[in-house]
Write a protein that binds this ligand. Structure first.
Ligand SMILES: Cc1ncc(COP(=O)(O)O)c(C=O)c1O
Length: 417
């Protein structure tokens, strides 16, 4: 038995009563987090009731308002009745259904790629794509190089950490820096980037990155989590909008949990890349397949998006309107390239207080603090939704501005926390 372990039948395991010193370091860590204003707490959403919710949600990622669309929820319920609540196993054992295949075909066709592979989450899809697409040293004679934007999502960062490849973290949205890093690794590089960065909501220079990749024989992997449903023709995503969808050297990942209102993740790319992932990606092989209800919900949501492409344009208009109202009132916010509107807060503590003030006034907004932000600058994060009315947008912006004024944050970039 390992040091400090308790036997399964000991009183400590049964009652949890015996005090152990094993995890005492957690208390110190908690104290440090508390002092820095970085403790995170869970806050269950209020039960949905009839009529307009008491709190207006600008924190979630339901960009197109599809998570509660009747066609989407009905498709999920029907799939659960037909196939069961879970997928029952890995996609390679019992966890693949006709729904998964249909979703893969529909998404590949919609986004303009040859093939697609569905995972249980966008996180798992990113881990798979990054780890499986760095060329292995035993084949290429030397390690491959992953070139990663410093503002990338945690799932891409973790993929780089897990991969058996070298890593170069390059300055944000800097194709020249990516090119310099690739130059020393001709034919063995993979550039990894968000299409729209989740913290600031700005877009990556995809066309310029693709040019650098082609110059050095590198692949380009784009996480289009925030682009699908929002950018490009009818919401086909940022990769499609950049004219890169379906290219033999470009792979994209998307999540089903944002604009499609469901859950799960997808890798899109050339058929040989998808076949390689099926046989090698650990988060595909050793993970239970996506629940049939989530696959059916995403398929139904995609159908709504095809039928109502104006939803994508509406999200962008709402984001632009929010930004104009906030900056017009003196707040510092990044110009949104998609649905995310990021507003600077004076400090982590101030961000938490500001978020609580907004909630008390009936507006739920997100709050990003270190370590979720690469530059250490805390922010409120508002997400635009296609189903917000103009009056709701006005109320949300007015609340964010009013609470900032009451706290003394207006025009003070760094106030005491
Ligand atoms: C840019 C980006 N990539 C990947 C993910 C992970 O997707 P999922 O929530 O489906 O695991 C997220 C979601 O938070 C994201 O913002």
């Amino acid at each position: 038995m390992p040091h400090n372990a308790v036997s399964p039948s000991s009183p400590a395991t049964r009652t949890g009563a015996t005090r152990s010193t094993t995890f005492d370091w957690l208390d110190e860590q908690h104290r440090l987090r508390r002092e820095a204003g970085l403790v995170r707490t869970l806050r269950p959403r209020p039960e949905p009731g009839a009529g307009e919710p008491a709190v207006l949600d600008l924190a979630g990622n339901d960009y197109l308002g599809l998570s509660r669309h009747p066609e989407v929820t009905r498709a999920a319920a029907d799939a659960a009745h037909r196939w069961g609540a879970g997928s029952t196993g890995s996609r390679l054992v019992s966890g693949s259904t006709a729904l998964h295949t249909r979703l893969e075909e529909a998404l590949a066709e919609f986004c303009g790629f040859e093939a697609a592979l569905v995972f249980s989450s966008g996180y798992a899809a990113n881990l798979a794509a990054v780890t499986a697409l760095a060329p292995p040293p035993e084949l290429s004679g030397a390690r491959g190089l992953l070139v990663s934007d410093e503002g990338n999502h945690a799932s891409l960062i973790d993929g780089c950490r897990l991969a058996r490849a070298g890593r170069a973290v390059v300055p944000h949205a800097d194709p020249e820096a990516a090119g310099k890093a690739l130059a020393a690794h001709p034919g063995r590089g993979l550039v990894v980037t968000d299409s729209v960065f989740s913290v600031d909501g700005d877009a990556a220079p995809l066309a310029a990155l693709a040019r650098q990749c082609r110059r050095h024989g590198a692949g380009l992997l784009v996480d289009d989590a925030h682009g699908l449903g929002v950018l490009g023709d009818g919401g086909r995503g940022a990769v499609h909008a950049a004219g890169l969808a379906g290219a033999p050297d470009v792979v994209s990942t998307v999540t089903l949990s944002k604009s499609l209102g469901a859950q799960g993740g997808v890798v899109l790319g050339p058929a040989r890349v998808i076949a390689h992932l099926v046989s090698s990606a650990r988060t595909f092989i050793f993970d239970t397949g996506l629940a049939p209800a989530a696959a059916a919900a995403a398929l139904a949501a995609l159908e709504v998006l095809r039928r109502e492409p104006g939803r994508a344009a509406r999200v962008r208009a709402v984001a632009g309107d929010l930004h104009a109202r906030l900056t017009g009132a003196g707040l510092t916010a990044v110009r949104p390239d998609a649905a995310v509107v990021s507003v600077r807060a004076p400090s982590p503590r101030a961000a938490v207080r500001w978020q609580a003030d907004c909630r008390a006034a009936g507006i739920e907004v997100g709050c990003f603090r270190p370590p979720s932000v690469p530059d250490g600058v805390s922010r409120l994060r508002l997400t635009a939704r296609a189903d917000l009315t103009d009056a709701q947008v006005e109320r949300a912006a007015g609340t964010v501005v009013g609470t900032a004024a009451a706290e003394g944050f207006l025009n003070s970039r760094r106030a005491p926390g």
